[in-house]
Design a binder for this molecule. Structure first.
Ligand code: ASP
Length: 373
């Protein structure tokens, strides 16, 4: 306004000689205004972020998954369904109890995952799928949202509970990820429980490998990778994961898996990749992924959800939808995630027919799901 009045006054004084300078001054002011508008936008964004941060709906919370994939009711017996639900309930209650008693989210994540790893039902620990060569190779990771510290292990064959190894890597080594024989050596030095590889043999998983191999053999040389054929790759993925918020406001996430049936050449999936399979940050959320690992790595799924919250001010639900329903399918991948944010909102998002999952809030409300609806 001041600029306009000045122009007017000077005009009436017939000081036309100043006209070009005045125009420059006027345009300069417009530019300033533009800058301050965009500053305002940034501030609004920040306020929005702060707004979504201030409403705690759960003092503590826990969510778990037992894998996403082509899990259809018509293929599941009533006994199998009951067995999965019972194990999910048993596992989540272990973590919930820890959180209720003031324990850390890291302990809740680790101990909950141990229950799932010790069950033959899930593709992690005891129930791990078989590699092309008929072995079981485990990947796992864990992340502490308070410190952004993280640990992971890949391709181990004798560590009974890979999530414990991931935590030991995080807490007792200067590294983030160890693999293969070195990781096993470290596990031994840490006094973790080691088992003979035959411990991981389950008939069901072995038969899955035979089926996938037979399908692969029947394909042409050009189209040989059964691994990439969605119709014959394992009918479900089965990885396990847990995310938790504790009473101190600390988030943690962890994931453990045997990977994908018929994997070879030392293939490593998303589960041990921090940012893809697991991510936790007290400023945003904790996420654990399950699905077709190659796509989850390329989409950096777990970190992307956190980043959408941090930089775009999205809610956890909006961010999870964006990544799981849009970004991952756009690449050709499928799967899902579980997540909890710093205010205790819990999300279980997947684009497959089903995902074994459960959540429990601070009041002890338990939900268990397998199929889409
Ligand atoms: N994401 C895992 C992997 O690709 C598989 C799974 O989720 O079951 O190794």
């Amino acid at each position: 306004m001041l600029t306009l009045r000045l122009i007017f006054n000077l005009y009436t004084m017939k000081n036309l000689i100043y006209f070009p300078f005045l125009m420059l001054l006027f345009l300069g002011c417009k530019e300033d205004q533009k800058t301050s508008n965009s500053e305002q936008n940034v501030n609004l964004e920040a306020t929005r972020n702060n707004d979504t941060t201030s409403k705690k709906i759960n003092e503590f919370a826990i969510v778990i998954h037992g894998g996403a994939g082509t899990i259809l009711k018509k293929n599941m017996s009533a006994e199998d369904e009951a067995a999965y639900k019972a194990k999910l309930e048993e596992a989540i209650k272990v973590g919930h109890e820890i959180l209720k008693n003031g324990g850390t989210s890291l302990d809740a994540v680790e101990k909950t995952i141990n229950v799932l790893e010790n069950s033959p039902l899930f593709n992690a620990g005891k129930g791990a799928v078989f590699t092309h060569e008929g072995a079981n190779e485990h990947d796992a990771s864990i992340m502490d949202g308070e410190t952004l510290n993280a640990g992971a292990s890949a391709g181990t064959k004798t560590v009974k509970n890979p999530i414990n190894l991931a935590r030991a890597v995080m807490e007792n080594s200067p590294h983030v990820m160890l693999s293969g024989e070195g990781a096993e050596q470290f596990a031994k030095e840490q006094g973790l429980e080691l088992v003979d590889p035959s411990y991981f043999y389950t008939e069901k998983r072995f038969q899955s490998l035979q089926k996938v191999k037979a399908a692969e053999d029947s394909k042409t040389a050009i189209d040989k990778s059964a691994f990439y054929d969605p119709t014959i790759k394992d009918s479900k993925f089965g990885t396990v994961g847990c995310v938790a918020l504790d009473k101190n406001g600390n988030l943690a996430g962890g994931t453990s898996t045997g990977g994908m049936t018929n994997k070879r050449w030392g293939r490593i999936g998303d589960a041990p990749i921090i940012g893809a399979g697991t991510y936790a940050n007290n400023a945003t959320c904790a996420v654990s992924s399950t699905g077709w690992g190659e796509y989850f790595i390329r989409a950096m799924v777990a970190y992307d959800i956190s980043a959408l919250m941090e930089y775009k001010g999205m809610s956890l639900q909006e961010a999870a939808k964006e990544v799981i329903q849009k970004k991952v399918p756009a690449l050709g991948g499928d799967g899902g995630i579980i997540a909890v944010d710093k205010d205790g909102h819990m999300v279980m998002e997947f684009n497959t027919a089903g995902m074994y999952r459960a959540s429990m809030d601070a009041s002890g409300n338990l939900t268990i799901g397998i199929y889409k609806d």
